[in-house]
Design a protein around this ligand. Sequence first.
Ligand SMILES: [Mn+2]
Length: 259
Amino acid sequence: MATWAIGDVHGCFRTLEALIERIDLDLSRDRLWMVGDLVNRGPSSLEVLRWARALGDEMGDRFQVVLGNHDLHLIARQLGLASARPRDTLEEVLTAADGPDLVEWLRRRPFIHFGGAGDGDFVLVHAGLLPGWSPRDATVAASRLERQLQGPDPECLLHSRSDRALAAFTRVRMLDPEAGFHDYSGAPEAAPAGLTPWFEVEPRGCPGHTAVTGHWAALGTRLGRDLIALDSGCVWGRRLTAVRLEDRRVAQKRVADRL
Ligand SMILES: [Mn+2]
């Protein structure tokens, strides 16, 4: 039994198929964790969503997807709570006969997932964690957001950038000296003075757990002591990455989708 984690797919279905084939995923035994941002920017979000829901039906709890900012944007578009952004590639989902069902499936995904693999304890989130969060703090925050997202009035959640927990799960990259969120999205080494990657601000959230994340293409694939970052910029013409959590074996595919 292996536990594979895969980075930000962003609708790059051809590349995803090739990567799944390369890691030789055993659907009857292995676990597969996706860091979120399944959709948008790339060409085949609809196929990725159909694949994900079918795999969830087949693998049950061994398949996990956490929500990213682009997944939330799709939900907001479907609900009429957001308008199109210039680089959106969501029309195919929004006009498909099964689009509403697929987006409802996405809407029921969590913001965080915990699990053990090999000797390690892992926490899966799209972007990051707030400094100082215990595993319980993070779980409580995620549960509140999930209830809100799945409830009758998700509007404030889907419009807001001011909810710190939501921003941590779905958007965080660097924090300023007051632990405020900064929009800088480049490589941490080239960042303006005073900004620190969220995972280097002490005490890091969920101590004792290796964070498995995506969202930060300029950070790229990084395997740190307590961080596995997986956004290797597939939708930017680079690669899609999978890591086997038990032994940190890395598998990658160069993008095969037409971007
Ligand atoms: Mn993202």
